[in-house]
Design a binder for this molecule. Structure first.
Ligand code: G3I
Length: 381
């Protein structure tokens, strides 16, 4: 049975989900065999090159596109051996009402991954963004802890045994925080208190004993002073968690890189090595290159972006505790970087991901593939 047939079957089977699912998954349109760039499929794909070195490579996905856009589904299936939900497993998507859960989007991603021999990351169980509209009027200091633990128990319980890892807490360190520990004064911090982080991780472990529990953050990649400070605060955060016996397995380095920022260097490498000494794994969780300020022709921009992919991923996969490289999307067509906040002054679409807006492999694709191949047989001990 073809992979696509298997996917269709698994999605229809998934439609008969538990009581939490929203509407039954829409019947899948026939997935026509659409041309996808054949010269980078199979043994030439990112996943084939990653698997030669025991690495995971993948991207953030949107279930509706997996379901309705065969070219999108085809490239994701061919190139990734791990997926993460861009938005479908956040509070806003999962919680249409205080007493309701809707797992349909997340379940479709899990079904797609199962049909294509892919793992799945969960993103995320606790964040200050993407909270449902009812949150502010419903959650109080008195009920916040119960609402947080019930969410994590239910969501991590629903996906127990099906995920490679969870981003349990996302972006808890705020570079602008006036606290020495840098903790962000998020709704969770204000309503539950600073121990919301430990509570979230302990609850997630009880609900899912197999997913690697991950702390995920951004702006910790370069040696710029603010990033160096934030990286040190993240290190102190996870060091304290380890000391308190909080179950944490990994750190996610989001890796939203800037094409005109200083290149990540020794500070990040030393951070990764310190995490290894603490017996923590490291994932590149949201890689893309924001090139809004990059000048030059398209070819010049592509070359600069490819250089960044190559140098960054080569540096990171040289470290034996770096297991996965996920980009934040697979095609420029849908990058979050084309939103109003980051669009280019010349209004040209950002070229920031391995595939361009027409699903053709960009220079970044080949640079990323070469970087995966640079993984030393015996990475740094
Ligand atoms: O689905 C609704 C749609 O129904 C509505 O018409 C539309 C206009 O209001 O909004 C749509 O929801 C948007 C959602 O993306 C899906 O497109 C939300 O407004 C928008 O805020 C949301 O943005 C996401 C953002 O996280 C906030 O959740 C981005 O797609 C997503 O790329 C971004 O990803 C984050 C990671 O989770 C954490 N690290 C940083 C990264 C980039 O910000």
């Amino acid at each position: 049975m073809s992979t696509r047939r298997k996917f269709l079957k698994s999605v229809v089977m998934t439609a008969a989900m538990g009581p939490f699912t929203g509407a039954l998954l829409p019947a899948l349109a026939d997935i026509r065999e659409l041309p996808s760039p054949a010269d980078v499929n199979g043994v030439q794909s990112l996943r084939a090159h990653a698997e030669k070195h025991g690495l995971l490579v993948g991207c953030a996905v949107v279930p509706e596109r997996l379901n309705k856009e065969p070219q999108y589904a085809g490239v994701v299936a061919a190139q990734a051996n791990i997926l993460v939900a861009e938005n479908a497993m956040k509070w806003k998507a999962l919680r249409p009402a205080p007493d309701k859960f809707d797992f349909s989007g997340g379940d479709m991603i899990v079904a797609f991954a199962s049909a294509h021999r892919q793992k799945v990351r969960g993103h995320n169980l606790c964040w200050h963004e993407a909270l449902p509209d009812w949150f502010a009027s419903t959650v109080t200091k008195e009920n916040a802890r119960q609402i947080l633990t019930e969410h994590i128990k239910t969501v991590a319980g629903h996906y127990a045994g099906k995920l490679q890892s969870w981003d349990v807490v996302n972006e808890a360190i705020d570079p602008k925080s006036d606290r020495p520990d840098g903790l962000r004064k998020s709704p969770w911090f204000e309503l539950v208190g600073p121990d919301y982080i430990d509570i979230a991780f302990r609850t997630a472990r009880k609900a899912d004993s197999s997913a690697l529990l991950t702390y995920n953050d951004y702006g910790i990649e370069t040696d710029a002073p603010d990033q160096t400070k934030k990286r040190a605060q993240v290190l102190e955060l996870v060091r304290g968690m380890k000391k308190r016996g909080v179950p944490i397995d990994a750190v996610g380095v989001q890796s939203h890189l800037g094409a005109t920022d200083p290149a990540p260097g020794n500070g990040l490498r030393d951070f990764v090595r310190e995490l290894r000494r603490m017996r923590l794994r490291v994932f590149i969780t949201e890689l893309d290159v924001n090139e809004r300020k990059l000048e030059g022709s398209e070819a010049e921009r592509d070359a600069a972006i490819a250089r960044i992919y190559k140098d960054y991923v080569t540096m990171m996969v040289a470290e034996s505790n770096v297991d996965a490289v996920l980009t934040w999307g697979i095609t420029d067509r849908y990058t979050w970087l084309n939103g109003p906040k980051f669009s280019r002054p010349d209004a040209k679409p950002q070229r920031c991901l391995p595939f361009d807006a027409d699903y053709q492999p960009a220079s970044a694709f080949f640079a990323l593939r070469d970087a995966l191949d640079s993984r030393p047989a015996k990475s740094h001990p």
